[in-house]
Design a protein around this ligand. Structure first.
Ligand code: HEM
Length: 327
């Protein structure tokens, strides 16, 4: 009985709430989403952190596990719910305009890039927290975020279609020194994004579109296909070969190429089930809720589902009672 379903393109609130209440592993995300962090003052004041854990590879070949964080230089700020309603009603482009105007004015927003680094143990856990479980985080009190870089947004796209709509992001776009892990959500994303980009951008050479093209020249000899911009010569796209003088060659670590780090795979049984840590749905939502101030908790509670349809129902069945609740 979908009171507010997708019929007519309205927000699918009923299916959303049905989903998150039946998938209680979503509770952690849900509380963050309902908190003041879900109503940012500006995109320039939004903190980001990956749900995934990556593997870092040192110069000596040693590995550690890491979670990446973006901390806005302007701090994290929120709007009051009523403010957000008014602003969005008056100017639905408020956030886009705020970001673009700030960049145009030279007030470039900046985010500090930081990492939480953990030992790469066979269990891939830290202090009992499963690092491959994307519904869990590691509190910064336990492992502080170490700053390692700075991102500055210093220009707006010149052409929104060319530079924004055609961009193809992918979890597997990694520089040498960073590798993926067995996080199941990450593994699904690794294949899924390319699948959709092949159809969304309509051809296999979408990595040659200017916004996706690497700045350094690439000689991958991936030949032909629709919208191939390189004019390859010779007849060999395979190796080893004798007809092309041995080219293409496979670059190795000595040439700065990306190579997956060798990792031990624990003896296990392939099965269709989630690891044990995925069954703990409430300890981290509790941790988050308790970290909030009294006012912030009140905001979370106030942002529980609004049920206009149910209010309509009350109005019909008990108009006086309903009016009595209104101020
Ligand atoms: C924490 C989990 C995830 C996050 C934060 C996330 C985030 C995103 C974001 C921000 C986009 C870009 C949306 C846009 O350009 O408008 C996106 C696109 C997409 N996501 Fe995810 N995603 C997650 C999980 C997954 C999973 C598990 C799958 C599939 C198994 C998936 C499949 C896709 C696909 C196919 C696209 C479109 C990619 C493209 O056409 O370029 N995502 N996701």
């Amino acid at each position: 009985m979908a009171r507010r379903g997708v019929i007519g393109g309205k927000g699918a609130h009923d299916t959303f709430w049905a989903f998150v209440t039946l998938h209680t592993e979503a509770t952690h995300h849900l509380l963050w989403h309902l908190s003041d962090r879900g109503v940012p003052r500006s995109y320039r004041m939004v903190e980001g952190f990956g749900v995934h854990t990556f593997r870092l590879i040192g110069d000596d070949g040693g590995t550690s596990l890491a979670k990446f964080h973006w901390k806005p230089r302007l701090g994290v700020h929120s709007l009051d719910w009523e403010e957000a309603q008014l602003i969005n009603g008056a100017d639905p482009d408020f956030h886009r305009r705020d970001l673009a105007d700030a960049i145009d004015a030279g007030a470039f927003p900046q985010w500090e890039l930081g990492v939480q680094v953990f030992p790469d143990t066979p269990e891939q856990t830290f202090d009992g927290i499963d690092l491959l479980d994307p519904t869990k985080l590691v509190p910064e009190e336990l492992v502080p975020v170490q700053p390692i870089g700075l991102l500055t947004l210093n220009r707006n796209p010149t052409n929104y279609f060319a530079e924004t709509e055609q961009v193809a992001f992918h979890v597997g776009h990694l520089p040498p020194g960073i590798d993926v892990t067995d996080d199941p959500l990450m593994q699904a994303r690794l294949f899924s994004y390319v699948d959709t980009q092949l159809s969304r951008l309509g051809e296999p050479d979408f990595n040659q579109i200017p916004v996706n093209r690497p700045h350094a020249p690439v000689d991958d000899m991936l030949r032909d296909g629709q919208h191939q911009h390189e004019v390859h010569s010779g007849v060999t796209a395979y190796k080893p070969n004798t007809l092309g003088g041995g080219c293409p060659l496979h670059a190795g670590l000595d040439a700065g190429a990306f190579e997956e780090v060798a990792t031990a795979i624990a003896a296990t049984t392939k099965q269709r089930s989630a690891p044990a840590s995925f069954a703990d749905h409430f300890s981290q939502p509790r941790l988050f809720y308790r970290s909030l101030t009294e006012v912030e908790r009140e905001h979370v509670i106030r942002r529980r589902p609004a049920r206009p349809a149910r209010r309509d129902h009350r109005r019909r069945s008990d108009p006086a009672g309903h009016r009595g609740q209104r101020r």
